[in-house]
Ligand binder design. Structure first.
Ligand SMILES: Cc1ncc(COP(=O)(O)O)c(C=O)c1O
Length: 339
């Protein structure tokens, strides 16, 4: 089976399991797990942030970011393709009592045009707009990344309007690989950053919220309230640290493989892809005359799994369990389907 449904399906390698076995652990609810403490400090430093908080999922770190930046009744701004809006079970309204206002950006990215005249809160009857939520790379947007200039202008806008910036960096590692922007730069742009180790990096579990010491202390209390206080969590932090040290450099290969497959789609008659959007490991393409279900069925008959992203739209996500041999098979099958 060649499983391209998501980059979250990778399993821990034996070397990663070895790293977990070596971890020095303690009770992290008491703040006594030295492995997670060191890992939080290390990742925070990497992004130029004061502190980090290891959490079970990207959803929890996104929601903690929203929680520490808002009060109930506030409003957060996000592109209509954003994960926080589409795939987090309405958590922002439930857990933070905020209103999520979607904007029409491009490929999951916001820009200052989309953000113009969005701030509200001057009158008693308006919600208070507090946060601009960005996603980099974009998931539903097809793995597209922000450029440094795009982020600088959003940050200038946020400062001028006195808005916070939350960055959903579930795949920030892919974005850094694709754009060569330094990790520290994102710490200058955002007030809170969520990063995931369980996507392309391949850790079994784990994300981290990065921010100021004060906000992370606040997030720590809400993490406990939401049932995310973990005990000997250094086992998982060790896996995440191993993933960061050893698997980040493999992402460029995932990006190359995604491009190779995209080229076959681009050259076909019955399948279509916008090559300009292909920047990282996520490949979104369309079936021209068939439904996505029909194409997925033909792929499944050939041992290939992808996921439906719309009536005619399919997503394939590349990760380190996909080899060059797998890519050759996928290319052959897609060339046949698309001819
Ligand atoms: C952009 C983005 N943000 C957040 C998440 C949530 O991560 P998790 O599944 O760990 O909750 C995902 C998951 O795929 C994602 O793609």
């Amino acid at each position: 089976m060649i499983d391209l449904r998501s980059d979250t399906i990778t399993r821990p390698t034996s070397k990663m399991l070895d790293a977990m076995m070596q971890a020095h652990v303690g009770d992290d609810v008491f703040g006594e797990d030295e492995t997670v403490n060191a890992f939080q400090e290390k990742v925070a430093r990497m992004f130029g942030m004061e502190a980090g908080l290891f959490v079970p999922s990207g959803t929890m770190s996104n929601q903690l970011g929203v929680k520490v930046l808002t009060e109930p009744g506030d409003e957060i701004l996000i592109d209509e393709k954003g994960h926080i809006f589409n795939y987090e079970t309405g958590a922002a309204s439930s857990l933070s009592g905020v209103q999520v206002r979607t904007l029409n950006g491009k490929d999951g990215k916001l820009d200052t045009d989309a953000l113009q005249h969005t701030k509200r809160g001057h009158f008693d009857w308006e919600p208070r707009t507090k946060v601009i939520c960005l996603e980099n790379s974009t998931n539903k947007g097809g793995g597209v990344c922000y450029s440094e200039d795009e982020l600088k202008s959003i940050k200038a806008f946020a400062d001028q309007e006195e808005l916070f910036v939350h960055l959903d960096g579930a795949r920030i590692w892919n974005a850094i690989t694709a754009t060569d922007i330094e990790a520290e730069f994102f710490g200058e742009i955002a007030d809170t950053i969520s990063v995931c180790f369980s996507k392309g990096l391949g850790a079994p579990v784990g994300s981290m919220l990065l921010s100021s010491k004060e906000r992370i202390a606040k997030a720590r209390r809400f993490r406990k309230m939401w049932g995310g206080g973990m005990r000997q969590v250094g086992l998982l932090a060790a896996a995440a640290d191993y993933a960061l040290e050893n698997n980040w450099e493999k992402l460029a290969e995932d990006h190359r493989r995604a491009r190779e497959v995209a080229q076959v789609i681009f050259d076909s008659k019955e399948l279509a892809v916008d090559m300009n959007k292909l920047q990282t490991n996520i490949l979104i393409f369309d079936a021209v005359n068939e439904s996505a279900e029909q194409v997925l069925e033909q792929l499944a008959e050939n041992g290939i799994r992808m996921i439906q992203f719309g009536p005619n739209t399919i997503r394939a996500t590349f990760h380190f369990e996909i080899s060059d041999e797998d890519v050759e098979v996928v290319k052959e099958v897609l060339a046949e389907i698309g001819k």
